[in-house]
Design a protein around this ligand. Structure first.
Ligand code: SF4
Length: 386
């Protein structure tokens, strides 16, 4: 059989480059971008970048025309070369308990989940994603069942904070009485596999003349990419969280398969060396409670031994089952008994209250649910058309 290729509709026009979104540039990057685009001469770039920065990150504007202390001709040059457009919000849900969740589309096929949880941290925490999907296949995690599509850019990470701030009506960036006070990189993906963009996004989010969320209120959670942990500390100065879930290698190899590459002794050594650890900067260990798997009193005692000497707290996370998983959540009494052993050893060990269950706020759930709904809508439309 011969195949003929129809090339008549293939365009020879050069691909149009999407304008750069200024929200994802660090201060230094913004300065350079203004110079490179000829928006202003190099000797004025620092001052101009500072003005533009304040409009983007303090006032949250999305239109260059709103930058009232920037001359009209410069506004026009900015609009010609750059954009401040927010991504599309595919779905927005608000739970009975105040949890808010957005499914954000930043580009075709690039959909990100972001969740705001009130009354966490000082006032409320935003759980941001660093990748679309994940490569790591932790067996208890729903996101682990979704293939990695790609790393998010710094602009896409910052956009999650901007979308939340828009929705919470927190522009200009308030210094006090904020609803969004903390950021946790605990959404989709492994942040340390995207450290360049995560680090740029943290520089932007923590800048005092912008969104101004202190590095002490930003937590980056890793499943244990040991070689990158020192670099995370040096580059970002943020709080460290470890997705631990087991106290011995054989079990952790199953729950967090990355453990086969970086076993517990290496992981614990990297944690102990994390810069600046002390009572004001404690490591958070995340421990998902899986019935009959990792929830015995012996496990709790082994955990105390494992983390001995590390300024730490342990977040106990009741497992939130998802379709297709074999794991079950530990009984409440078992979780409390586990927490009591940690508490007696001097470790704060809050049991995370399940939040936003009515809106599928667990990591990975909204995206796959909305994909399922869309697929079924498409199927129905196709059937109707047939
Ligand atoms: S727990 Fe984190 S690192 Fe592991 S599969 Fe889920 S998203 Fe990836």
């Amino acid at each position: 059989m011969s195949i003929t290729l129809d090339l008549s509709r293939v365009s020879n026009a050069p691909a149009v480059k999407a304008p750069v979104n200024l929200s994802g540039l660090t201060r230094a990057g913004l300065r350079q971008a203004l110079i490179d685009a000829g928006v202003c001469p190099p000797e004025k770039a620092k001052m101009r970048a500072s003005q533009v920065w304040s409009w983007i990150h303090h006032y949250g504007v999305t239109d260059f025309a709103a930058m009232s202390n920037v001359a009209k001709d410069m506004q026009a040059r900015l609009a010609e070369h750059f954009t401040l457009t927010r991504p599309e919000i595919v779905e927005r849900q608000v739970s009975k308990d105040g949890t808010r969740k957005w499914l954000i589309r930043t580009a075709p096929g690039i959909e990100i989940e972001t969740v705001y949880i009130p009354d966490v941290g000082r006032a409320g925490a935003l759980c941001v994603s660093s990748q679309v999907g994940c490569t790591l296949n932790c067996t208890f995690c729903h996101t682990g069942t979704q293939k990695l599509v790609r790393n998010l850019t710094a602009a896409e990470i910052v956009a999650q904070v901007q979308v939340a701030r828009d929705d919470l009506e927190e522009w200009p960036s308030p210094k006090e009485d904020r609803r969004l006070s903390n950021i946790v990189f605990m959404g989709m993906g492994e942040p340390l596999y995207n450290l360049d963009n995560v680090s740029d996004a943290i520089d932007i989010i923590s800048d005092n003349e912008g969104i101004a969320i202190s590095r002490r209120r930003i937590t980056v959670s890793t499943s244990g990419v040991v070689p990158m942990i020192p670099e995370l500390g040096e580059r970002t100065g943020t709080m460290l969280a470890i997705s631990l879930h087991a106290t011995n290698d054989p079990l952790r190899d199953v729950l967090v398969p990355l453990n086969k590459k970086y076993p517990l002794d290496q992981l614990m050594a990297a944690i102990r060396a994390y810069p600046g650890l002390g009572n004001a900067k404690r490591v958070t260990f995340e421990y998902v409670m899986l019935k009959g798997v990792n929830d015995s009193p012996e496990e709790a005692r082994a955990l105390v031994k494992l983390i001995q000497g590390i300024p730490a707290k342990v977040n106990l996370i009741p497992f939130n089952p998802w379709p297709g998983t074999d794991y079950q959540c530990s009984d409440w009494k078992t979780i409390e008994a586990f927490a009591a052993i940690l508490n007696r050893a001097g470790y704060a060990s809050p049991i995370r209250t399940p939040r936003g269950r009515d809106i599928l706020a667990a990591c990975g759930q909204l995206k796959s649910e909305s994909e399922k709904l869309r697929a079924s809508a498409i199927r129905k439309a196709e059937q109707a058309a047939a």
